[in-house]
Design a protein around this ligand. Sequence first.
Ligand code: CIR
Length: 262
Amino acid sequence: MSSATTFTHAIVRAPAASVTDGLRAVDTGAPDAGQFADDHAAYVAALRTAGAEVIALPALDNFPDSVFVEDAALCLPDGAVVLRPGAPSRLGEAAAMAPTLRDAYERVATVERGFVEGGDILVTDRDILVGLSARTDREGVASLRAIVEPWGYILRELQTPPEILHFKTDCGLLDGETVLATERLAASGCFAEYRVITVEPGEEACANCVRFNDTILFPRGFPITATRLRDAGYDLTELPNEQAAKVDGGMSCLSLRFSPPR
Ligand code: CIR
């Protein structure tokens, strides 16, 4: 079993009413906060169905993007890391997440320099891939590396293509050695050591999916890629993501997945 896709727990945070002010690269209108809350409840229910004990944190109205908990922390089998989001309006989300990590883990370290957002980190069985982006810089990656390499992990620094918000905006882990990726990200060569299934052109917004135990949480509305994955033997749980997508969020951003160290 892959430790990169097998978990007992998930951390989520309720969407704040202020999610309507969430950051977005292109403004296609604000998300509907009520619908966002309903979609989030469906996401949490799917995590529970997949076997998660869910730690549900309260909304933080001062942080419009705080529902996207993945960007504030990194949960590994051997320890957790409090990250440093590169978006100024999101920096404080990391400190707000720290107490929850300390409750779950004995070993919690903090990125003290530079910037790293969890959306730029893909953890596989083989290594930790970190994409430099507008939110994640070299100094932050060096700080993260100094934490995780002594814990026994291999960190590989990559470049997120410039038009992409986060490295994981365009990819998701399907199993320990297989990634779903857009053609534009796969073309960068960053998955040379992995099996790659590509997203159907025009369906790029479904690349950010997340495997939790036996199922893949997958945004609804991307039928060709969904069929491709089912034909390859994967079980999908399709979920509404239209509101989160208005503020550039996807399936992985909405949770931190982990198994507390024994
Ligand atoms: C942001 O721009 O930071 C949020 N509106 C979306 C964050 C999405 N997070 C992720 O991809 N890990």
